[in-house]
Design a binder for this molecule. Structure first.
Ligand code: NAD
Length: 251
């Protein structure tokens, strides 16, 4: 039987592949056969080692995705390195926590720049390249806060709602051009991003009690869903937001 989940011969760009969910998905795609271009603003040594040990190529691009002028060169550099990009995972994201009435302009701008503006620009520019190739898979990383408001995270929630909107908007325009644009909405996953929540004993206990699977997810839990959406198995899936959340959204 053909392996409909194989990514053999494909090249995937993963932003924020240094650690956490980005690393989990990059490793998953590499296990399925893809070479990886990691985009990040710190050393990606650990991810590079894991992927090369799997026998796949790892290319590193250093860029600060909050800086508009660095985004265009990311696209060009990626295409120059491999000649072709088949898969884009817009994973890099940040969160700032503060009471809504005290939330600063600076925090708002910082979160919007990375979580929303960079996703828009990278999707637009890699998408143009994919349209020329006649195929491509784009996976945006959304959140439970693409559906809910959350507490003390107005910018994060607004941008993740925006990511859901961008996903559907690009899918509408590009589905007929051979491009699949989908999103994964992770639930509560154990990474640096959520370390403060897990450090708060009461909050941690409350969150865990509300997850039907009674445990936080891990970066590895996103590998399979990412491989699925990046593969030909997802040929007829477009504009979808796939919750990977231990049952949270249904509860
Ligand atoms: P993380 O903080 O562990 O990793 C974030 C990654 O993004 C890092 O590699 C970091 O270097 C990179 N990054 C941040 N700002 C950047 C910038 N300006 N330029 C380049 N790279 C930058 O976080 P994570 O938990 O792995 O989150 C990954 C994605 O998943 C984010 O979009 C986050 O919003 C989303 N998410 C996480 C959870 C969770 O529970 N952890 C839940 C839902 C959604």
């Amino acid at each position: 039987m053909d392996n409909q989940f194989s990514l053999q011969g494909k090249v995937a760009v993963v932003t924020g592949a240094t650690r956490g969910l980005g690393q989990g998905m990059a490793v998953g795609l590499a296990k399925a056969g893809a070479d990886i271009i990691g985009v990040g603003f710190s050393e990606q040594t650990e991810t590079k080692t894991i992927i090369e040990d799997l026998g796949r190529k790892f290319y590193e691009i250093n860029a600060d995705l909050s800086k508009q002028d660095e985004l265009a060169s990311v696209v060009q550099e990626a295409i120059n390195k491999t000649g072709r990009v088949d898969i884009l995972i817009n994973n890099a994201g940040i969160i700032r926590r503060e009471q809504a009435e005290n939330f600063s302009d600076q925090d708002w701008d910082d979160v919007v720049d990375v979580n929303l503006s960079a996703v828009f620009r990278l999707t637009r520019d890699f998408g143009k390249h994919m349209i020329e190739n006649g195929s491509g898979k784009i996976i945006n990383i959304a959140s439970m806060l693409s559906f809910q408001g959350g507490m003390k995270v107005p910018a994060y929630s607004a941008t993740k709602h925006g990511v859901a909107g961008l996903t559907k908007s690009f899918a509408n325009e590009w589905a007929s051009k051979g491009i699949n644009v989908n999103a994964i909405a992770p639930g509560y996953m154990a990474t640096d991003n959520t370390a403060p929540l897990r450090a708060d004993k009461d909050r941690n206990a409350y969150i865990t009690s509300r997850i039907p699977q009674s445990e936080w997810g891990t970066p590895e839990d996103l590998a399979g869903p990412a491989v699925f959406l990046a593969s030909e198995s997802a040929r007829y899936v477009n504009g979808h937001i796939l919750c990977v959340d231990g049952g949270w959204m249904g509860s």
